[in-house]
Design a protein around this ligand. Structure first.
Ligand SMILES: C[S@@+](CC[C@H](N)C(=O)[O-])C[C@H]1O[C@@H](n2cnc3c(N)ncnc32)[C@H](O)[C@@H]1O
Length: 250
């Protein structure tokens, strides 16, 4: 089962990733959708949100699109951005996220009808203001002249792009420097992992847990408001579980 662990994200296949993690709403994905709903349904309307390392996926911005007027979706790999662009443009053959829309509607207590699914997909499409190629290793500014964001969200990215804890902390500080005072950070991470699997590839992860993240957040000037963890469904994927975190700046 083992394969070489690589840091080369050119080896990351968007299609393999989607097939591996998003063809069904697994128990893990169900917990993520619930976390996003809990997080965003508590907020009033905000102007701007930055998604970091968004990958080829949009499940993570469905609930956010109910409250964020503008979502700037950033990602390192052009191939992943192309996947998201194809979905935004409703290109034939683009990934079908209907089961995720359906589940979000159910969580919201609304009928998961075709009409409501299409309306919610339209809300997500209308909220995405930019798709931006962004490398967390790069210095700011991410987008020239853009004010700080009301929300920063990142899922399974920042812990999975290097192997050094200090580099991880620096990147974390850089990513969260785009958050305005009082703004919200929403973060999902793999817990106590050294790698995660995509098809035959394995990508390295800096192991994190509740205690480590409490310190990392504090060092970045953020106040932790919520942290929960769930167990992994399949430990062969490389992680023991998932962490879901909310924090605010200041
Ligand atoms: C495990 S995927 C997560 C994708 C998506 N956020 C999700 O929830 O499924 C990790 C993502 O980090 C991106 N990534 C890799 N290196 C990066 C970098 N230097 N800066 C920003 N993102 C990067 C990858 O391209 C990939 O899309």
């Amino acid at each position: 089962m083992s394969s070489e662990i690589t840091l080369d994200y050119n080896e990351f296949s968007p299609q393999d990733y989607l097939n591996e993690y998003y063809t069904e709403v697994s128990d893990e994905n169900e917990s993520l959708l619930q976390f996003f709903h809990d997080t965003y349904s508590k907020l009033g309307p905000v102007d701007s949100m930055l998604e970091v390392g968004g990958g080829p996926t949009i499940y993570q911005i469905i609930s956010a699109s109910r409250v964020a007027k503008h979502i700037d979706f950033s990602e390192y790999l052009p191939a992943n951005l192309a996947m998201v662009r194809a979905w935004l443009d409703q290109k034939p053959g683009s990934f079908n996220w209907d089961i995720y829309f359906k589940r979000v509607l159910e969580i919201e207590g609304r009928p998961a009808s075709r009409e409501n699914i299409d309306a919610l997909a339209g809300t997500v499409r209308g909220a995405v203001r930019r798709l931006t190629q962004y490398d967390v290793f790069r210095e700011p500014p991410l987008v020239e002249g853009e004010p700080l964001y009301d929300i920063i969200a990142s899922n399974f990215c920042i812990e999975g792009i290097q192997t050094d804890r200090q580099v991880f902390e620096r990147q974390f500080g850089r990513m969260t420097s785009y958050l305005r005072p009082g703004g919200l950070l929403a973060l999902c991470m793999v817990k106590n992992a050294t790698y995660y699997r995509v098809g035959k590839r394995r990508f390295p992860v800096v192991p994190v847990n509740e205690t480590i993240m409490e310190n990392v957040l504090k060092n970045a000037g953020l106040t932790l408001t919520h942290i929960q963890s769930i167990k992994a469904v399949d430990p062969d994927q490389g992680y023991e579980g998932m962490l879901m975190i909310r924090a605010t700046r200041g």
